[in-house]
Design a protein. Structure first.
Lengths: 353, 353
């Protein structure tokens, strides 16, 4: 994949790399004849026409900005890292690069937009971790800056900006269906304390699926919440098992790892005291995010199509940045993608011989 | 933390944001009087003097480039993500931003340098995953481009470029000392198949520490390798336990999770057949990278100071980019940082009541 580079182009034209750099960045310093010759060669050589040539025409920097959110526990955080990788690749495929910055809060992020736009020359922004009454989307809209959000505006029905999100409720609903198909009827939900909009959404999917299956009469005792850690999963899982749950849908893999730890410590006679689970029925846990840890431990988990989400976001933002009177029709402005459950069996451990 | 933004500066000076943008990016379009007034205000307001003002003086873009390596299994990969976060923060603290790009190989990375330097205006590069005979460092040196590497040049003694690395051998050596302090003498090493320079380094630390403790006579049977996965850890761990190991130092947390799975399945009478472990001696595993999974499962692990590494790399590269005749003395060009073992006990699971 030998792409022409500025160096190879300079060699071909018999000019210095500095001259080509000047053509692109400071054309007023280049003699008109040279300017025309180099510009023509750039277009003709197919030298990144999508990036360099468009940059010449539009004065865009071809640079998208995104705030890098702080590191979380790294278990559920791995989802944002997959997103970042997919975003960088999609942006590059569209001729853009991704520039990262840090901020302490949504408000601090807004304070940095001005400099990023005017000093760093960022063309548009990708936002993550959307919230209700998001100060960032308001600022960007008022300022006329192109942007796209990974995350819904939730109850802000007036929000018209482009966004892409993943339908968490559909994921927990599918988890309930799979567990019911295995014979479970006492399927619990272990959510986050203060789960916010995302947590509420995941819980609502479980509730609806339980209702649709006619299990809703059992619902009241089969839902609890815990801090989003493995130890939270242990305590929440124990509570739900004591209330008679035979299966647990969790809002995260951290919680699921803890709940699974409890299940593996239980001996058959301790499992469901007074409530036989029925022939062949095994206690089961489903996590959320399909993290590498879940894969390593053999835990089923709801997988989010973050790579698809990244591609959609780049498509939305680059359409916004391109000349919108072009031929292509506008992409769907609000995209809700469906996750799916990855089913696994716990690590098969042959007895040591 | 209300930083002045270009917007607030524009309001204060009674000029448009476009004017300020022109002062920074196209000064030839601004009237000389306005130019002087805005430049003075930028300097005086302390408006990011390290970034904006230096950008005016030096014509640098204040943009550092780094290739985002492909997603790995996500267990050991989390270390590179922590590095990325720390790098973005350190760069921002020094007035620089971090721009990401993707490449298929070291060779492809080199092919993109030209465009990144001349079209995107990248000032310098941060490289990861160094290898022997690295084509990238050669290209950058020949081209006179500033860069710094996270990773040693290994046996390439002629390499003079700035690098920062973490002393893996010191980490596995410390793991051996800790296990020996607990009473273990049959301490094994579980490495990677085709571990490369990094794998060899981690193994050499174990070897040296075992020799120093006088345990080297047992060494031959207490070292094996496996593919870098949890199932690899299970098979490798079983092999080492059958050879009489009571403790295992692993080249990664993926391997350690697998080895720990084997240990927890063993009943006391299966552990060390014919070789009593001695009173109070518990089988033990130490992983490498101190990943979130290790923390969640209560596994001891060697922690790499990646945040320190990121700060050193930014210091090396920004020194290279700044006027080197300034007053500050040059930072150490080759930095080897020591990791340390985070000791943990496996998750304390109270018996269900």
């Amino acid at each position: 994949m030998a792409r022409p580079t500025l160096a190879s182009l300079a060699a071909e034209l018999g000019v210095s790399r500095q001259t080509i750099s000047n053509v692109l960045n400071a054309p007023q310093r280049v003699k008109p004849a040279t300017l025309d010759r180099v510009r023509a060669a750039i277009e003709a050589a197919g030298y990144r026409p999508s990036a360099a040539a468009r940059q010449l025409r539009t004065r865009r920097s071809m640079n998208l900005g995104m705030r890098l959110m702080p590191v979380t526990d790294g278990i559920n955080g791995s989802i944002l890292d997959r997103f970042l990788h997919a975003l960088t690749e999609s942006a590059q495929g569209a001729g853009y690069r991704l520039t990262l910055f840090c901020a302490d809060s949504h408000e601090d992020e807004v304070l940095q937009y001005g400099e990023l736009l005017h000093v760093a020359g960022i063309d548009g922004f990708i936002l993550t971790s959307s919230s209700r009454d998001d100060v960032r989307t308001k600022w960007l809209q008022d300022n006329g800056t192109p942007f796209a959000v990974f995350g819904r505006p939730w109850e802000d029905a007036s929000a018209q900006h482009p966004w892409v999100d993943i339908d968490g409720a559909a994921g927990t609903g599918e988890a309930v269906s799979i567990l019911a198909g295995q014979g479970h009827t006492r399927i619990a939900f272990l959510g986050w304390k203060d789960g916010g909009s995302v947590g509420d959404d995941r819980q609502s999917g479980w509730e609806r699926a339980m209702g649709a299956l006619g299990f809703s009469e059992d619902g009241s005792g089969l839902c609890t919440s815990a801090t989003d850690t493995v130890t939270g999963g242990i305590s929440g899982g124990r509570e739900l098992i004591e209330r008679g749950a035979t299966a647990i849908v969790c809002a995260s893999d951290s919680l699921a790892i803890g709940a699974a730890e409890i299940l593996r410590e239980l001996r058959p006679e301790q499992f469901l005291p007074g409530r036989p689970a029925g022939p062949g029925l095994r206690a089961a846990v489903v996590g959320f995010d399909d993290t590498p840890v879940a894969a390593a431990l053999g835990l089923s988990s709801v997988a989010q199509p973050v790579e698809d989400a990244a591609r959609h976001i780049v498509r939305l933002l680059t359409f916004e940045l391109a000349d919108r009177r072009g031929e292509g029709s506008a992409p769907e402005q609000h995209v809700l993608l469906a996750p799916h459950v990855v089913e696994r069996v716990p690590l098969p451990l042959a007895a040591p011989h």
